[in-house]
Structures are given as structure tokens and as C-alpha cells.
Design a protein around this ligand. Structure first.
Ligand code: NAD
Length: 307
């Protein structure tokens, strides 16, 4: 058997594949070349943000013996699922594989924001010992965390907020039952109630037509003036211009995001604000999650082929 690996996959996953098949690791691989060589392989392994670009027609026209595509991450929004299915190829991804990493990143943004870690250190490096310069610093204990989208990641953030910090947790998720929310230790809430009542709002819903710009000016202004907004889910769910306008006028204590509407992104009006932090879509990229994903995707593809 032969496997083609077209993205950065953890070495332990590659080692596992090598126990059972011949493995070619080739990235970046131009789309034309991919289309030419793919017919030699039984297994294709990549990631949701593929170096080769998303797998679309006609890349698999000559897929010949290809039986399984393994995606060592979560989202499949970039793949032409119908086309892949029409080729009778099994597509495997790993829902939840990096949930812990993403949830912890949401908390990292939150803590760094409410305790002004980045500006305090920047000032200190510049010789400013600003001991009394951060009077808005706050505790999380006893405050209310509102979670939008209570799936794998939302639930983990809720657990950390409740058990780690002693917060009350509200959850808005129209696609799961109230009992599921309550069993996970949160209170179900309507969207507007959550906005009004929460001290921290953390977004963990997928980007859909319904969630696109779910947070516009109106919604941001419904939040408490000194609330915190965190988004590690997808850019586009927050209207970045509206967020800037509201924050520039003093609404919100802090906002932290890992995802931008257009990525890569090296400039936003928001970057000029001291109470805003952004990271370049790295929430899921810990060594632990990458290793877990590499091993698991190799295992699941081999299992599918009966190895
Ligand atoms: P999940 O599918 O387990 O949970 C998503 C939840 O959102 C579901 O419970 C769903 O019912 C809910 N939802 C759907 N539409 C909604 C709406 N209109 N309003 C409120 N809730 C809604 O997914 P997950 O694994 O928890 O991941 C959540 C999102 O995080 C993903 O969609 C992805 O966009 C993002 N993500 C980001 C990174 C990163 O590196 N920043 C990594 C992984 C995932």
C-alpha cells in the first residue's frame, strides 16, 4: 500500500503509517502535479488548511486506487464533499481532536486581556514600571461566562470557567437540547439574554449563513460596557468594523480573537486599540493536538483499509 502526505503531519503519525505502507511526504505539491501522481496512492493524508489547496474537482479525476482521504483536523468546509463522494472515496476527519487546545487558547486570550499582560510587559521592557496603570483588571470568580455554540469546544470552555474559576455559565445553542446544556453544568439562555447578562462572551459556533456577522454593532452594544468578547471560532462571526467602532468609543473592556474574516491578516483598525489582542489562527496548533491528530488519522485510515 502507498500513502501520500500533503501537509505537515506529526512524525509519530508518519511513523505509524510507515509500519504498514510506503509513505511519500510531499508538500507543497502543485495542484497539477497532485492530480498527476494521486493515482499511485491508496491513502491521502492532509489537513483542513491544505498546502495543496482544498480538494476540489478535477484534482481526483485520476485518483485510480485511492480509497481514503484522512484530514488530520476538524473543519471540512474547504473540501468538495460531493465530488469526493462521487469518486467513492471515504473521507475521514477528526471532530474534537484539538478541542482542548482551542478551549485553552480562549482562556489564554481572556486572562491575558483582563490582566493586561501584553501591554504591561511591553511597558516594562520600555523602562516603565506601571504598577498602578491597570485599574480595570478584574477577577473571573463569581462572574458570568456566556458561551455561543455549546459543542466540543464550548463545553470545554464552560467546564474551565465553572470549575477552574467559579464562574456562572450561560450557553446559547439553538441546535442542542436544554438538558444537554444543563448536564454539562451550564444554564441555557436566549441569545439576547446572554449578551445582556454575561461578563465574558466566548464564541464557539461554526461560521454559517446564520452566524455570519452575528455580532454586529447592535449585539456588541447590548453587551455590558465592561464585558469581554472572545472569538476563537471563525472570523466573519464578528463584524470587525463594528467591533472597532464600539471599542473605540469605550464599549467593552477587552476583546481577544484568534480568527479574522480575511486570513492571513496583518492589519486591522482594531490593532490600534490597547485593549484588543489577536493571534494568527493558532488556537488548535499545540504540539499535543498535532501529535494526537497525526497518530489518530493514520490509525483511522489504516483501520478503514482493514490493516
Ligand atoms: P461543534 O460542532 O462540536 O460545536 C459547535 C456548536 O455550535 C454546536 O453545538 C452547534 O449546535 C452550535 N451552533 C451551530 N449554529 C449555531 C448558532 N447559529 N448559534 C449558536 N450555536 C450554534 O464544533 P467545535 O469542535 O466545538 O468547534 C467550534 C468551532 O470552532 C468550529 O466550527 C470551528 O469554526 C472553530 N475552530 C477553531 C479553531 C482555531 O484554531 N481557532 C480550531 C478548531 C475549531
Amino acid at each position: 500500500m502507498k500513502a501520500l502526505v500533503i501537509d505537515r503531519i506529526h512524525e509519530d503519525g508518519i511513523a505509524l503509517l510507515k509500519q504498514f505502507c510506503e509513505v511519500d511526504v510531499r508538500y507543497p505539491l502543485a495542484r497539477e502535479e497532485f492530480a498527476e501522481v494521486i493515482g499511485d496512492y491508496d491513502i491521502l493524508i492532509g489537513r483542513a488548511t491544505p498546502e495543496t489547496g482544498s480538494i476540489q474537482a478535477p484534482m481526483l479525476e485520476r485518483s485510480g486506487r485511492l480509497k481514503v482521504i484522512g484530514i488530520a483536523s476538524v473543519g471540512l468546509d474547504q473540501f468538495d464533499l460531493e465530488y469526493i463522494q462521487s469518486k467513492n472515496i471515504k473521507l475521514i476527519n477528526l471532530p474534537g481532536v484539538n478541542s482542548i487546545s482551542v478551549a485553552e487558547h480562549a482562556i489564554a486570550l481572556l486572562l491575558s486581556g483582563i490582566r493586561s499582560i501584553v501591554p504591561a510587559y511591553q511597558q516594562m521592557k520600555n523602562g516603565i514600571w506601571n504598577k498602578h496603570g491597570f485599574p480595570n483588571a478584574m477577577e473571573l470568580h463569581g462572574k458570568t461566562m456566556g458561551i455561543i455554540g455549546f459543542g466540543n469546544i464550548g463545553k470545554k470552555v464552560g467546564q474551565i470557567a465553572k470549575h477552574g474559576f467559579g464562574m456562572e455559565v450561560l450557553a446559547y445553542d439553538p441546535y442542542i437540547g436544554k438538558s444537554e446544556i444543563m448536564e454539562a453544568g451550564a444554564q441555557p439562555a436566549y441569545f439576547e439574554d446572554l449578551l445582556v447578562q454575561s461578563d465574558v462572551v466566548s464564541i464557539h459556533a461554526p461560521l454559517t449563513e446564520e452566524t455570519y456577522r452575528l455580532f454586529g454593532k447592535k449585539e456588541i452594544l447590548q453587551m455590558k460596557k465592561d464585558a469581554v468578547l472572545i472569538n476563537v471560532s471563525r472570523g466573519g462571526i464578528i463584524d470587525e468594523e463594528a467591533l472597532y467602532e464600539c471599542m473605540a468609543k469605550g464599549h467593552l473592556l477587552f476583546a481577544g480573537i484568534d480568527v479574522q474574516e480575511k486570513e492571513p491578516c496583518d492589519d486591522l483598525p482594531l490593532f490600534s486599540l490597547d485593549n484588543f489582542i489577536s493571534t494568527p489562527h493558532i488556537a488548535g496548533l499545540t504540539s499535543d493536538a498535532l501529535r494526537r491528530a497525526g497518530i489518530q488519522i493514520a490509525k483511522e485510515c489504516l483501520e478503514y483499509l482493514g490493516v
